[in-house]
Design a protein around this ligand. Structure first.
Ligand code: GLC
Length: 550
């Protein structure tokens, strides 16, 4: 990207999302209202109280559109409908009304980078080079050797081009071949999407989560990307992706024009544009957030950072240093695309660094996840939880025969583990569905995992997350843009991440020894260890975090 937004003035106006707490609902696995083993809108409406009780104020619902489900809804066949397995427009309207009654904003997932290959536009486009919708998509002749037109690769591995023998051309897809990329350089595509946005806005929704926001515009000449690493078509998908400098397929300035246009569309509705800005360079995130397009863009680095204070500090500091309006940073530790944090942070059985070999790994993983979440909830921006984080869930177990995710046949590549159904109640089936066979297995949940068991237990994960959400919402300092680091380089406390927000201190012990936070005293606003009152003995155990008002 070449545009420079460094001189953009900080936004000063206060918008509703500046004090919001988000909650992602992966619709297929949240709650099944009709007993077919797949989550749906009825089920979500019935369980809205859980989200309101947690204290979240914004619900993002993953795609609910008609779809052949090649990528479980991220392959859309009709942008203005509801898939019958999830319900219909009437239930959708009920969802919006019931959510609003509980003070919850509704954010729908929009998937504008690509459609399904079953979308009527693509069915027409594929019927021949002269079809009406051919130029809604990106078609090119083969390279002179008959191969793909350029070297772009799919995020899901392999070439980003599929050959269409009928027309002797290739079409572009940055994901599955069943997800052909739209051509956003075609003004008709942009016009069509204005109507899609208004269709949902007129139904009363409060915003859009924009799928793969970084990739919508493409280089006009479709130039090949410079190769910067060895190519191995058997390597995991992200290694294939990282073999290239993605200067031509993603992060094009034309993408910002789309968001400026959308900003004008949503403004009269006071609606939020929340981008899935899947970039790992904070400068790239800053360029995607110039202040006149997307309102918030996710920062995903925390989903990959290891258990290291220095790495956590750097991962938090990078976007704070680069993004002009810090309230436009979306913070998340988990999603339907990534391993659940308690699984990620569970020490290996032979972990000598932590000396935790004899401890229950999942329990330590949970405590580490909560400590990191505490750090995120103290930052300026929009924190977003993923369903089940509040229950401290580890990844569900999915056997090889039950794998459903189209990417990754084996456990290390598959996203199934974080997508198993929510455990609501005690007992067999855990209240997700009346069906015995659910689309993904329940995945080995216990009664203790369930929302029912945790709701009234003051020592549960749910109680801790609810208290953290409350602390966030009721501590005005945490919503301000200013932040100063305490011991940014870890000279005094190498294993502590700590920062000040006005008179409020947020600190976490990302190490394996207790640490005394000498000089930090005051009243505890939130403690992962359930402490309250004065922070008089300012010792933090490993994987503990506190919010203290000085
Ligand atoms: C986003 C979604 C992911 C999906 C992909 C393609 O990354 O979060 O689930 O597979 O886009 O639409």
């Amino acid at each position: 990207m070449t545009e420079n937004f460094d001189d953009h003035p900080d936004a000063v106006d206060v918008r509703w999302w500046h004090d919001a707490v988000g909650y992602e609902v992966y619709i297929r696995s949240f709650a099944d209202g009709d007993g077919d083993g797949i989550g749906d809108l009825h089920g979500l409406v019935e369980r809205l109280d859980h989200i309101a009780d947690l204290g979240a104020t914004l619900v993002w619902v993953t795609p609910i559109y008609p779809s052949p489900m090649a990528d479980f809804g991220y392959d859309v066949a009709d942008y203005c409908g509801v898939n019958p397995i999830y319900g219909d427009l009437d239930v959708f309207d009920r969802l919006v009304a019931e959510a609003h009654d509980r003070g919850l904003k509704v954010v729908v997932d929009i998937v504008p980078n690509h459609t399904s290959d079953q979308h009527p536009w693509f069915v027409d486009a594929r019927s021949g080079p002269d079809s009406d919708y051919r130029d809604y998509y990106i078609w090119r002749d083969p390279a002179p050797d008959g191969g793909p037109p350029n070297n772009w690769v799919s995020y899901f591995g392999g070439p980003a081009w599929t050959f269409d023998p009928a027309s002797n051309q290739y079409y572009l897809h940055l994901f599955l071949p069943e997800q052909p990329d739209l051509d956003w350089a075609n003004p008709a595509v942009a016009d069509a999407f204005d109507d899609v946005l208004r269709f949902w806005l007129d139904r009363g929704i409060d915003g859009f989560r924009i799928d793969v926001a970084q990739a919508m515009g493409k280089d006009g000449q479709l130039r090949s990307n410079p190769q910067i690493g060895p190519w191995d078509d058997t390597a995991p998908r992200w290694q294939q992706w990282d073999a290239f400098d993605h200067r031509h397929d993603i992060l094009q300035p034309s993408t910002l024009d789309i968001f400026r246009r959308w900003n004008k569309v949503v403004e009269p509705y006071d609606a939020l544009l929340l981008g899935e800005t899947y970039v790992f360079d904070a400068g790239d995130l800053a360029r995607l957030l110039p202040g006149e397009g997307l309102h918030v863009g996710f920062w995903f680095e925390l989903m990959h950072v290891g258990w290291s204070a220095q790495d956590v500090r750097n991962a938090i500091a990078a976007p704070l240093e680069r993004v002009a309006d810090r309230r436009s940073i979306g913070w998340a530790l988990a999603s339907h695309d990534e391993q659940r944090p308690p699984t990620r942070f569970a020490p290996a059985a032979d972990d000598t660094q932590t000396g935790e070999g004899s401890r229950d790994g999942a329990d330590l993983g949970r405590r580490r996840a909560l400590a990191l979440t505490t750090l995120l909830f103290g930052l300026p921006g929009l924190p977003v939880l993923y369903q089940g984080e509040e229950l401290g869930l580890v990844d569900g177990e999915v056997s090889d025969e039950r794998r459903a995710d189209p990417v990754g046949a084996d456990v290390t590549l598959s996203r199934d583990g974080c997508r198993t159904p929510m455990p609501w109640d005690r007992g067999p089936g855990h209240g997700f569905s009346t069906a015995t066979d659910t689309w993904l297995p329940m995945g080995g949940r216990t009664d203790d995992d369930s929302a029912a068991a945790q709701r009234d237990d003051p020592t549960s994960s749910f109680s801790a997350y609810r208290a953290l959400v409350k602390a966030r919402r009721e501590t005005p300092e945490l919503l301000e843009p200013d932040l100063s680091w305490l011991d940014r380089d870890g000279e005094t406390w190498p294993h502590v991440v700590a920062y000040e927000r006005g008179s409020v201190v947020v600190a976490a012990n990302i190490g394996s020894e207790p640490i005394e936070l000498t000089g930090i005293d005051g009243t505890i606003v939130f403690s992962t260890a359930g402490r309250s009152g004065e922070f008089v003995d300012p010792t933090l155990e490993p994987a503990d975090a506190v919010i203290v008002r000085r």
